[in-house]
Design a protein. Structure first.
Length: 283
């Protein structure tokens, strides 16, 4: 009877060695598959399944929770019950409404402003219309590309737009620089106007599906004298798991349509200006 026990022990040891040899990216992929199958995973599940320490499992959960539709809970993670998914940045399109919003938002920038641009398709559109002499800080690689494209012949050279890109971990899903290093760098700047992209806007304020993105947006808001939300009407009434801010931290909203009554009442309560695109700016 000792032989089967020995074989079982050897098999378990071999499985543990195989799991330990996995990279974090490989584990995260396997964890996501496991989560999709079970709907919930715990620290203990991960430690046993992948033969890793609790500290490693916690780090993996932090990374895993940055993916859309996954919610971190105490001791594990679940499939998020709130707004089940977010659209990857590269799958989004820049609609005419977003272009109009971006153009209107750019008109709020004054000469020699210190401006912060968040990530998002509407803000990328906004970057196209920035012309006045100013300094821009951004965590968006697409805003960076737009602002520096043809710098020797167009607005960047002629209008003296200085660009500072935050350094840190590149998030492929959001095409943005996120993480503690980027936040630390951001804390050394003073910003006149922060233009914040909106993933979801409800009567409770702004929210997002990514904990790292929420932390970055919060840091941006903290550094700015004026916070301007750039938000197309499709985001109204949406809610994700990670809260970015309540309306008390917002000064202006730029959008294509007026928000529904429950949101409009909160804007009025907090004296938030809402600026809408006009028919003359639409095609």
């Amino acid at each position: 009877m000792s032989l089967p026990i020995t074989m079982t022990q050897n098999a378990m040891t071999q499985q543990a060695m195989t799991q330990q040899a996995m990279t974090q990216d490989e584990r995260l992929l396997a964890m996501q598959t496991l989560l999709n199958q079970k709907g919930k995973i715990t620290l203990n599940d991960l430690c046993e399944q992948f033969a890793i320490s609790r500290d490693s499992a916690r780090r993996d959960l932090v990374k895993l929770a940055q993916q859309p539709g996954i919610q971190r809970i105490r001791g594990g993670a679940i499939i998020s019950p709130v707004t089940p998914y977010a659209i990857a940045y590269q799958q989004k399109t820049i609609s005419q409404a977003k272009v109009d919003i971006g153009q209107l938002a750019a008109s709020l920038v004054e000469a020699n402003d210190y401006v912060l641009l968040d990530t998002g398709t509407t803000l990328t559109a906004m970057a196209t219309y920035l012309r006045a002499p100013l300094t821009v800080v951004t965590n968006s690689v697409d805003c960076l590309s737009t602002l520096t494209r043809g710098a020797d012949s167009i607005h960047n050279a002629e209008q003296k737009i200085g660009v500072h890109i935050l350094g840190g971990e590149f998030d492929v899903f959001h095409r943005a620089i996120l993480g503690s290093n980027a936040i630390k760098q951001l804390e050394s700047y003073r910003i006149n106007k922060a233009f914040i992209g909106v993933c979801a806007l409800s009567e409770h304020g702004v929210s997002t599906s990514s904990e790292a993105e929420a932390s970055m947006k919060q840091a941006m808001i903290a550094q700015a004298e004026t916070t301007i939300l750039v938000c197309d009407s499709s985001k109204f009434g949406q809610q994700h798991f990670f809260q970015v801010c309540s309306f008390e931290h917002v000064d202006v909203i730029v959008s294509d349509q007026a928000p529904p009554a429950n949101i409009a009442s909160q804007l009025a309560k907090h004296d938030i200006d809402i600026i809408l695109t006009t028919p003359s700016t639409k095609s």
